[in-house]
Design a protein around this ligand. Structure first.
Ligand code: GLU
Length: 300
């Protein structure tokens, strides 16, 4: 049975862009008669707050989007990540990295390319390990990755140009995003990954990691982002509004859902609706690859 997922990090409220991704992943897998699961990506524990995760689950449920399996929390999954690292080590695919974040000008915990992730230049690949605390990276093979995006069509990427050798274990002792996401999608049997186009650039790297761990390749669809009315990126930091704030401005949940559904090509006009009524209307060929602007009335 097809399994899709939505995997928020409990570091803020879900804004319209997040909710749009959640709805698209739900509709896509439900239209194929599958199951949809929610996973809490709280692997970067210092930034995560469980009450934000609870709020996210309440917001999703109010839209009619409920997980068909118990919620998996990455903070409970250290054993599985350690086991995956052990396996990769046995295959001689890991190497220690002593670069600091400052060295790299990047945030290991922020996978989004637009947030400043630059490809790692593989500096430590051939460096002698000096024996102090180190992070671990995956040695990527040289070749390009050919894959298909349900929305964007055929893709042909060189992961070395996009991410470089990915970080799997952080020098502060936390497991890194790429490892957790790939191990968990494999463990949960996720075969369809719908997420924002800001994560398109990490897909080839994650496919390489899947291959190393012998996890079957998933289907992918990378959605255009929701932006503020001026076209600027919608984000937690930019004060994007969540469901509660939108309801306080007088919009009903079903109106908000109707706008999301319209933005995904399910309706000709935004109008109040219920999630269950949309399943038959969902079709990737009707979803635009472009970003979508949030109405002025719904922005800060
Ligand atoms: N947890 C990631 C985020 O909140 C999503 C990861 C993914 O979809 O692969 O941005």
């Amino acid at each position: 049975m097809p399994i899709g997922r939505f995997a928020p990090s409990p570091t803020g409220i879900l804004h319209l862009g997040n909710l749009r991704t959640a709805l698209a992943s739900w509709l896509s897998v439900k239209a194929r008669g599958g199951r949809w699961i929610i996973r809490m990506e709280d692997v970067d524990t210092p930034r995560c707050r469980s009450e934000l995760g609870d709020q996210q689950l309440r917001d999703l449920a109010s839209l009619g989007l409920e997980s068909d399996a118990p919620i998996l929390r990455q903070s409970d999954r250290s054993g599985a990540y350690r086991e995956a690292l052990r396996h990769l080590h046995e295959l001689d695919l890991l190497y220690p990295c002593q670069c600091t974040r400052k060295d790299l000008h990047m945030l290991a915990s922020a996978p989004h390319l637009e947030d400043g992730l630059r490809p790692y230049p593989n500096t430590c690949r051939h460096r002698e390990w000096e024996g102090f605390e180190a992070a671990l990276r995956l040695r990527l093979p040289k070749d390009r990755v050919v894959w298909r995006d349900e929305l964007l069509g055929p893709q042909d990427d060189d992961p070395a140009q996009l991410t470089g050798d990915p970080l799997l274990f952080r020098r502060d002792g936390l497991f890194a995003y790429h490892l957790a996401v790939v191990v968990d999608d494999g463990f949960q049997g996720v075969d369809e990954i719908v997420r924002g186009v800001d994560l398109r650039g990490v897909t080839a790297t994650q496919i390489r990691l899947q291959e190393a761990l012998r996890i079957p390749r998933s289907l992918y669809a990378h959605l255009g982002l929701a932006t503020a009315p001026d076209g600027s990126r919608l984000g937690k930091r930019a004060g994007a509004l969540g469901l509660e704030a939108l309801r306080q401005r007088g919009s009903s949940t079903n109106e908000i859902l109707g706008w999301l559904a319209w933005s995904l090509g399910c309706l000709d006009q935004p109008r109040p609706c219920e999630a269950a009524d949309l399943v038959k209307r969902f079709d990737w060929s009707r979803v635009s690859t472009q970003s979508v602007q949030v109405p002025v009335a719904w922005s800060q």
